[in-house]
Each structure stands twice: as structure tokens, then as C-alpha cells.
Design a protein around this ligand. Structure first.
Ligand SMILES: NC(=O)c1ccc[n+]([C@@H]2O[C@H](COP(=O)([O-])OP(=O)(O)OC[C@H]3O[C@@H](n4cnc5c(N)ncnc54)[C@H](OP(=O)(O)O)[C@@H]3O)[C@@H](O)[C@H]2O)c1
Length: 285
């Protein structure tokens, strides 16, 4: 069967996919699942808080989200929770009665442990906790995932297959999820700031903003690709650019004086610490 993205595959999720909280991240995931033919538009039951007032649609398949979480969860075999952490508890209360061990719940909500789902839902419902990131919108995301008490390796495989559609996937011990939230969940924002600042340097030296942004972005992409493809330590790769008494070492001196390295380490630490608190406070990742 051919889907909007033009990719030909069999449907992966046969019995329907509920996406509860189809906002930024939920919308990105829906687009990707459709593009890769993992589900058809008819199999997606998306919800937001208020649907009818705006009549908004998601994706080229024109999916109009509803607001009945229970109805959506009832129709689906896989329930993807893309809500902000504080909304998870109340929505679980709405859908609890239609959950069963035969359904799979996958949550991308930061901060909320699988044990919280298990105790709030009460039945032996399989739960997978996942942390994707926004580069998923171009198929270059990374999603870390871990399974709850009642999830089997087969459930993990289902989740992996879904998130493989938006980039790389890794399975981790759940104790690392907050650190991952602070690194790869928040990381795109940190990198956009670095990218923008590099481009500003080019603008300061007389390049057009368009050219400077292209140079900075492709340089960041290329450097990341070299790390992934060679497996070499970033410090060694840095040394290959840094010729004695050349220009790069002068730039590095500025970075060290500006404490870029320690600032980035602290940014990840702070973001990870904040990730632990989100399910108790009025904010999100
Ligand atoms: N954004 C990221 O980079 C990222 C990355 C990884 C994980 N996450 C996680 O993904 C989750 C969502 O983040 P987001 O950035 O996508 O936020 P978002 O754009 O605000 O999406 C949240 C969605 O939940 C909907 N919602 C709120 N209450 C609801 C309810 N009772 N029933 C149904 N839908 C409801 C909202 O609807 P309305 O629009 O009507 O309010 C909104 O569409 C968070 O837990 C976050 O930690 C985000």
C-alpha cells in the first residue's frame, strides 16, 4: 500500500494507534509513522485538549484530532502518550478502564517513570517509556527507551520499530532517562544556540547570514557524522583540525576562556535535574 510519503510497506500497527496529546512531538511522530507506512491515517486516533474550536489538522493526511482520550484508547492496540508530564495522571484516569494487558502504552512524557503508570493504571498493562527528540522531524532523531514491569522484549520491539522510523533508537536502563532527557531531549536547543552563534561569528566577519548559517549548519552536521561514522573520540578529531600555531588553536583558546566546555556540561546537568521535577511542576521539557 502507498502512503502520503510514497513509501511502500505493510502496516506495522494493525489494530490502531492512539496518540494522546498530539502537539509538537506527537505531531512529528504521526507524520513520520505515516510517511513510513507504519500506520494508515484511518488507524490513527489523535487527541488534544480542545479539538473542535480550532479544527486543526495534523499532517498531509489531514488528521483532525478529537478530545475523547477514552474513545481513542479504546479503539487502539498501541497508545502513545505525548502529553506534558502533569497531564499524564488525569488522562490515565480517563483511559484506565479501557486499558488491558493486551494493549501497549508507550509514553514520551519526560519525567514520568513506568512505575507511575503501573500504579496509576492498576492492571498489568505493558508500558514503554521513550525519550525522542525534535530532529525526528527529518528522520535524524534519537530515541532512548526502557520497558516497564509488564512489558516484554516483543513490546520493546514494537516500540523500537515505531521510533526507528524517526531516527536511531537505543534501549537503556530507566535510571538514565532523566540524563537522556537533559542531553538528547534538550540538546537540540543547545546546539541551535551554538549554531546560531557560529553563524553570527561569520556575519561579524562579513558573510551574509544565509551563507553563514549554511556553513555553520553543514559543519555541525558533518562533524557529528564523522564522530558517528568513524567512532573516533571527538578530542582526537579536534586535534586533526588544530595545526600548531594555526588559526583553530586561537579560536579554541577563546572557547576555553569563555568556559564553553564547562558551560555545556552544566547545561546538561541542570536540564537533567529539572527533568526529574517535571511531573510535579507546571512545565515541560
Ligand atoms: N518537544 C520536545 O522536544 C520533546 C522531546 C521529547 C519528549 N517530549 C515530551 O513530549 C511531551 C509533549 O511535549 P510537546 O513539546 O509536544 O508539548 P505540546 O506541543 O504542548 O503537546 C502537548 C499536547 O497535549 C495536549 N493535551 C493537553 N491536555 C490534554 C488532555 N487532557 N487530553 C488530550 N490532549 C491533551 C495539548 O493540547 P492543546 O494543544 O489543546 O493544549 C497539546 O497538543 C512532554 O511530556 C515532553 O516532555 C517533548
Amino acid at each position: 500500500m502507498i502512503f502520503p510519503g510514497g513509501i511502500v510497506t505493510e502496516h506495522f500497527v494493525d489494530g490502531g494507534l492512539a496518540v494522546l496529546g498530539a502537539g509538537k512531538m506527537g505531531g512529528i511522530l504521526i507524520e513520520a509513522f505515516l510517511k513510513h507506512g507504519l500506520v494508515s491515517p484511518q488507524q490513527i486516533f489523535a487527541t488534544v485538549r480542545q479539538s473542535s474550536s480550532e479544527r486543526r489538522t495534523i499532517s498531509s493526511a489531514q488528521i483532525t484530532p478529537g478530545s475523547d482520550n477514552r474513545a481513542a484508547a479504546e479503539k487502539a492496540d498501541v497508545i502513545l502518550i505525548c502529553l506534558k508530564p502533569l497531564s499524564v495522571g488525569p488522562v490515565l484516569d480517563e483511559i484506565r478502564e479501557v486499558l488491558s494487558p493486551g494493549k501497549l502504552v508507550i509514553s514520551i512524557a519526560a519525567s514520568v517513570p513506568t512505575a507511575y503508570f503501573e500504579s496509576r493504571v492498576g492492571a498489568n498493562v505493558p508500558i514503554i517509556r521513550a525519550m525522542p527528540n525534535t530532529p525526528s522531524m527529518v528522520g535524524e532523531g534519537i530515541t532512548a527507551m526502557s520497558k516497564g514491569k509488564y512489558a516484554t522484549p516483543e513490546h520493546l520491539q514494537i516500540a523500537r520499530k515505531l521510533f526507528d522510523a524517526v531516527g536511531k533508537t537505543v534501549v537503556v536502563d530507566e535510571k538514565h532517562m532523566d540524563a537522556i532527557t537533559g542531553l538528547s531531549g534538550s540538546g537540540p536547543a543547545f546546539l541551535y544556540i551554538i549554531l546560531e552563534a557560529l553563524a553570527e561569528g561569520g556575519v561579524k566577519m562579513g558573510l551574509s547570514r544565509e551563507l553563514a548559517t549554511l556553513l555553520a549548519a553543514q559543519t555541525m552536521l558533518g562533524a557529528a557524522k564523522v564522530v558517528l561514522e568513524t567512532g573516533h573520540h571527538p578530542a582526537l578529531l579536534k586535534d586533526t583540525v588544530t595545526t600548531p600555531a594555526g588559526c583553530t588553536i586561537d579560536g579554541i583558546l577563546e572557547l576555553e576562556e569563555g568556559k564553553l566546555r564547562v558551560t555545556l556540561i552544566k547545561a546538561v546537568v541542570k536540564a537533567s535535574q529539572r527533568a526529574k521535577e517535571l511531573m510535579f511542576t507546571n512545565s515541560s521539557a
